[in-house]
Structures are given as C-alpha cells and as structure tokens.
Design a binder for this molecule. Structure first.
Ligand code: ZN
Ligand code: ZN
Length: 108
C-alpha cells in the first residue's frame, strides 16, 4: 500500500489517493470511491455498472407490457370482427326471427 501514498486522486489533484478503481485502473481519494459488491469502485464506474444492469431490464418490461397489451387488443378486435362477420353472413331471416319458416332444402 506504500505506492498509493505517492498517487493523487484522479478527480482531485491535491488529495492523496486511498484506493484504486478495479474497473478503470485510476486512483481515487476517499470521497470519490464507493463500496459496491465488496469492491471499491469510483463513482463513474458505479454509475456505468448500475445503468447497464437496470436499464435493459426496465426497457424489456415496458416492451413486454406493450406487446401484451397489443396482443390482447388484437385478440379482442379479432373476436368481435369474426362475430360481426358471422352475423353479417347469416341470412336476414335469422335476424327477423323467421329462420324456422325457411325451407332450406328448396333454396336455389
Ligand atoms: Zn472506475
Ligand atoms: Zn477525489
């Protein structure tokens, strides 16, 4: 640890370095490092690692929710579309409640 005493903080040139960031290999003073996963890392590396860990997960959750909403909306739309198409394709006599009077065998 004797070599550290000759090192200065990467951010504060007047301060003595107390730790070396394992990510960017720069020396930092007590104020510039934070403990993360039992290691002392600098603030910029901590920000980088936490952003990389949380950002894609949040984005995927939003995408998954949007896809789920889209799929649900599409299935409901298709359901009512086919019900509408089925009702339209039915003979008019069905809606007039006279379907039982039609003789299906004699239809052209
Ligand atoms: Zn760093
Ligand atoms: Zn510093």
């Amino acid at each position: 640890m004797s070599s550290l005493t000759h090192q200065r903080c990467f951010n504060h040139l007047l301060r003595e370095a107390v730790a070396r960031c394992p990510e960017c290999r720069q020396h930092y003073c007590r104020e510039c490092v934070t403990e993360h996963d039992d290691r002392l890392v600098c603030a910029s590396c901590l920000k980088k690692s936490t952003a990389a860990a949380s950002a894609p997960r949040r984005t995927w959750r939003v995408v998954a929710r949007l896809a789920l909403f889209g799929a649900g909306f599409l299935s409901v739309w298709l359901f009512f579309y086919f019900i509408g198409a089925m009702l339209v394709s039915l003979p008019t006599s069905f809606h007039e409640l006279t379907v039982w009077k039609v003789n299906w065998w004699d239809q052209p």
